[in-house]
Design a protein around this ligand. Sequence first.
Ligand SMILES: Cc1ncc(COP(=O)(O)O)c(C=O)c1O
Length: 456
Amino acid sequence: MCARKLKEGRPVPDDVKFAEVAAPNDLSALWMPFTNNRAFKQAPKLFAAAKDMHYVTPDGRRVLDATAGLWCVNAGHARPKIVAAIQRQAAELDYAPSFQLGHPLAFEVALRLRSQILPAGMDQVFFSNSGSEAADTALKIALAYQRAIGQGQRTRLIGRERAYHGVGFGGISVGGMGPNRRAYGPLLPGAGHIRATHDPAQAFTRGQPERGADLANDLERLVTVHGDTIAAVIVEPVAGSTGVLPPPKGYLERLRAICDAQGILLIFDEVITGFGRLGAATAAERFAVTPDIMVLAKGVTNAAVPMGATAVKAKIYDAVVDSAAPGIELFHGYTYSGHPLACAAALATLETYAEEDLFARARALEPRLEDAAHGLKGSPNVIDIRNLGLTAAIELAPRDGAVGARGAEVFTRCFEAGVLVRATADTIALSPPLIITEAQIGEAVETLGQAIAATA
Ligand SMILES: Cc1ncc(COP(=O)(O)O)c(C=O)c1O
């Protein structure tokens, strides 16, 4: 192990030690996910180390992480408590089977989620390994619940346009991103979609748009078509991957009321919004709307070990478990459900969030990020800016016939200037770790502004 000098002369913090990492000279064997493989392999962008707010590239360049990785490293990188917990656990109990056997940490993490993160009444947690698995688990539990209460005709799953619920067949069936679905056939039968909440007429709104709560009535429209065959509706409280779309004021409340009136389960996919992103433990807490089922992942372990979690109201667990014949109640689970390393990481992560009061910190920083992001209004090609919690999106007009090209160029310019942002088509999203400083918010947005200004 050896510490490195940085090319730019800014030293890597003393406590960062990382092995000399040779950039690989043959990239051909890896098929990269959600990546333009051909372009990447021509001009690879690699990270070799990370600490707190920064990545370090193999050639020793520091990159400010303004996206918390993929919206997941909420407490910042390589936090000591989390690192130590994973190291300890790997030596103590590396793995325990999760079917008909258990280990103490999994029960402890579920209890900690119940007491520290979940809204009152959401009492049970089912573990998986990713947001995609947690979303598909939620959909399956919804179907199992409806069956358990004598509503077995309720088999339809409803999502929303512009939604992302991961890449399982359930998730892409209710997801609303065309390219993610196109190649994969008919998907789940009976899935439907309500309209997206984004309204270009309300561009440059700070926080939640004033108008649009009535878009939730789309669910009632589907009930008039499908009657009592809808099992559940799943939404991201704030759509993340399609460009930070905060819900119109009153929208989630209206959706909750319609679900209650119609016997439909409400699922919040909080894979991005959970664990402080909105300045509260969950979006449910921030908006004071409690779903029946909640999908969690990413920030649960600060991304240090993969983990997904599906939380349910007690009535759902009770109905499925109590109505089952003696034996296994839910025929579902993963070899790595509640993996010991993930559980150790989760406990240390939850402690870090609490000790450093990071959710409150995110809430306190929200106006800083909001002001900085909206300061880019008037920059070339900027057609909308949206924000909520510690997340913001700057939407650029696409080039004629080349959707995504401008966003990709801005992303690369930022990367080369030492700031990691996220580009989805032509929308640039910021979702920094909750430990970011005000000065670093300024640095990230200034760099982004310069990249936008330099991009035709
Ligand atoms: C809202 C939402 N749900 C599900 C997922 C899928 O998570 P994973 O990539 O861990 O499968 C994501 C990932 O970004 C997400 O944003």
